[in-house]
Ligand binder design. Structure first.
Ligand code: 8QM
Length: 408
């Protein structure tokens, strides 16, 4: 990465804004983002990324501040690079993610209810049983690929059923999610190829959002029931179900993948978890901080604003490096160590403020029960082959993690 010193002066009190010319959506960066994250944080509280003509924040303080000022840093112009005020979105915008108050307040309230703590209670026993069954099955095999066979297989075994999806067509779920997260990025190969191939995945998702395709009693049906209750209109319900299909699977796949990869790399932490399985929930949370499966999001400025002592105009895109904030040494002690006993609260892996992950209780439930099953049943996780990374404009995770596990 190179930082040019020919930054244009803004005349703001902090001096000139550092201009950086690296591509935060390149394969080289995705392969090892951490040295560049450090340079981004050290360059200053605000940088300008020449490659895409956007501002960037990588320090915890500024990322947190941007996330918690939704009036100034709006979502309704898109949370990817594309500015919906200037470009047509690739799909009808999400009515929760890509919305601002007051519109957001109403849709958020609905998903808050559908995904509330009381909605989790009836799911817990089944999610636990399937996590235990998955670990038993994998122990019987001994050697397997922890990405398809665990990180993907487990969420796919619980979440689509919880939603009430029919069996047919579920192979579209991961490709659709991968598309959604690639589409937040710039018009690079990852985004263009994903959109080119997207028609069948979009058609599948659109159909599954309809009430007649959602099993009674499931989370999808609950969203439609909220329309009966008058909280949203009947045409909004399918779009909110679409949000669950967009954000509900690949995120937990990469969260669980991060947790298993972390336990495999840091056997002392697996030992701690085995000694005290009540650490399961925090072990998952720490993996979300440590790997930050959702690496970045944008906001768009609604007015002139100061960030880190620099003036930023209206209508500018600001890229938030959640993964860099989650390892900012200004905020975290030993940020680069995976420590399952750390106080993880305040990490921005689920965002912060009014848009903070509405599905976080589902994610934590899946993560916790899988970590608890591993804690109770598995003595060791050994990486036995080449670890391959999966590249996506927003998601950080692996394509392949060959492991051998031994029973406790
Ligand atoms: C990312 O479609 C949506 O509403 C939606 C899509 C992606 C996300 C969230 C919501 C943050 C997990």
């Amino acid at each position: 990465m190179m930082a040019s010193s020919s930054a244009a002066s803004t005349g703001s009190p902090g001096g000139s804004i550092p201009h950086l010319d690296f591509d935060p959506f390149s394969i080289e960066f995705f392969a090892d983002p951490f040295p560049t994250h450090a340079k981004l944080r050290e360059a200053g509280p605000l940088v300008y990324l020449d490659k895409w003509g956007v501002y960037g924040v990588a320090r915890y303080e500024q990322v947190h501040a941007v996330l918690n000022d939704p009036e100034t840093f709006c979502s309704s112009r898109g949370v990817g690079l594309s500015d919906f005020a200037k470009e047509k979105p690739w799909r009808p915008p999400s009515i929760i993610l890509e919305a601002d108050p007051p519109a957001h307040t109403r849709t958020r309230a609905v998903l808050n209810q559908v995904l509330s703590a009381s909605a989790m209670r009836p799911l817990r026993a089944h999610f636990t049983a399937l996590a235990e069954a998955k670990v038993d099955e994998l122990l019987a095999r001994g050697s397997f690929d922890a990405i398809p066979d665990l990180a993907e297989a487990y969420p796919l075994s619980v979440f689509p059923d919880a939603l009430g999806l029919k069996q047919e067509g579920r192979e579209n779920l991961l490709p659709y999610a991968s598309l959604v997260f690639n589409a937040f990025g710039p018009p690079n190969e990852l985004r263009k190829e994903a959109i080119e191939r997207s028609a069948p995945h979009q058609a599948y998702v659109a159909a599954q959002c309809q009430r007649e395709n959602l099993a009674p009693g499931g989370l999808g049906a609950c969203v439609h029931a909220q329309a009966d209750a008058g909280a949203i209109t009947h045409d909004e319900a399918p779009l909110l179900v679409r949000s669950l299909l967009s954000a509900g699977i690949d995120t937990t796949v990469n969260g669980i993948g991060a947790a298993v990869y972390s336990l495999a790399r840091f056997p002392d932490q697996l030992a701690k978890l085995r000694a005290d399985p009540s650490l399961a929930r925090n072990a998952f949370e720490e993996a979300v901080r440590f790997e930050s499966p959702v690496q970045t999001f944008f906001r768009t400025t609604t007015r002139e604003v100061e960030i880190g002592g620099h003036a930023v105009g209206e209508g500018e895109k600001v890229l938030m490096f959640l993964g860099a904030a989650n390892r900012d040494p200004r905020r975290w002690e030993n940020p680069d160590s995976y420590d399952i006993t750390r106080r993880t609260s305040g990490h921005v892996g689920y965002g912060s403020g009014i848009h903070m992950c509405v599905g976080q209780l589902v994610a934590r439930l899946e993560g916790e029960v899988m970590m608890a099953a591993l804690a109770r049943k598995v003595a060791s996780i050994e990486i036995t082959g080449e670890v391959q990374r999966r590249y996506n404009n927003t998601l950080r995770g692996l394509e392949s993690l060959p492991v051998t596990i031994r029973p406790a």
